[in-house]
Ligand binder design. Structure first.
Ligand SMILES: Cc1cc2nc3c(=O)[nH]c(=O)nc-3n(C[C@H](O)[C@H](O)[C@H](O)COP(=O)(O)OP(=O)(O)OC[C@H]3O[C@@H](n4cnc5c(N)ncnc54)[C@H](O)[C@@H]3O)c2cc1C
Ligand code: FES
Length: 253
């Protein structure tokens, strides 16, 4: 079912835009919505805040995110969802949340909820959108950048290795580019750490009907987008291949 909501707030930092709106639905961190407005195709976006005021935070990378990024306070959006399986926090004190790049957006609700969080980006400017939330976080927060312009110099997986030299966690909850998730998943498997990771595939219906978002035998929209370490271990295409809008299998380069 579609709900029509009005944008109540907007912020923009470089090519990353956040829109907030009042939406009277219960949403788990990691769930997503299908968003539409006149002048764009409907696209899947995770919720970057899940309290009374909801938010979506997205990188402007093409025609639909550009159209959405042009929305202003008072403009109306069609929201369908929430869809999918979100993150399950099993032990708050023994859980580390990891977000990489725009994959930080879906993990912001867990950082806001006080979980320890590692944030990674290519450079400091790409973290601007997350810094207000990081400043308010009550859990421990670590930052890394590939170019060393803020925090630890290195990628998300290297940051996690540094953190685990000093602290112990039983489970990692992560979202980010698939290359990051591939090596983080490998690290978790090798070190006996449980994990849950949010995956992305091309979505049309968003609710388990069309099959466009399949990874192996799983529908990312309905069986995920958050999958457990064991489920991911069984996915041959994880880290290797995607599907284009026509369903053609495309290898990651
Ligand atoms: C469950 C889920 C949650 C997501 N959450 C976020 C988020 O919180 N923030 C964010 O910035 N992005 C998120 N994305 C990705 C976002 O949907 C795409 O960036 C967006 O659809 C791009 O549309 P475009 O027209 O601007 O770009 P285009 O130029 O049309 O596409 C650019 C790339 O975006 C991806 N994409 C395009 N359309 C879709 C689609 N219908 N389904 C999946 N991927 C698509 C493809 O990889 C494509 O190559 C999420 C994707 C999924 C599947
Ligand atoms: S997008 Fe249609 S089944 Fe997942």
């Amino acid at each position: 079912m579609n709900d029509v909501v009005a944008v109540t707030g907007k912020s923009r930092s470089g090519d990353i835009c956040s829109l907030s709106f009042d939406w009277d639905r219960t949403v788990e961190p990691g769930q997503f919505v299908m968003v539409w407005a006149p002048g764009m195709e409907e696209i899947p976006l995770s919720l970057s805040s899940v309290g009374d005021v909801k938010s979506i935070t997205f990188r402007i990378i093409g025609k639909d995110t550009e159209a959405l990024g042009a929305k202003e306070t008072g403009d109306r959006l069609s929201i369908r969802g929430p869809y999918g399986r979100g993150y399950k926090v099993n032990d708050r004190k023994r859980t580390l949340v990891v977000g990489g790049g725009i994959g930080i957006a879906p993990v912001l609700p867990m950082m806001a909820d006080g979980l320890d969080t590692a944030l990674a980006a290519r450079s400091a400017g790409e973290l601007d959108f997350a810094l207000p939330a990081a400043d308010k976080a009550t859990g421990k927060t670590w930052i890394s950048t590939d170019d060393g312009s803020m925090g630890f110099c290195g990628n998300a997986v290297q940051l996690v290795k540094e953190i685990l030299k000093e602290r112990e966690y039983d489970e990692i909850l992560a979202c980010g580019p698939e290359i990051m998730l591939f090596f983080l998943h490998k690290f978790c498997v090798e070190n006996g750490i449980k994990c849950q990771m949010s995956l992305e595939r091309y979505m049309k219906c968003g609710c388990g009907i069309c099959g466009s978002c399949m990874i192996d035998d799983k529908r990312v929209c309905a069986d995920g987008p958050v999958f457990t370490c064991g489920e991911i271990s069984g996915m041959k295409d994880f880290g290797h291949a995607n599907r284009d809008p026509c369903g053609t299998r495309v290898l990651f380069r």
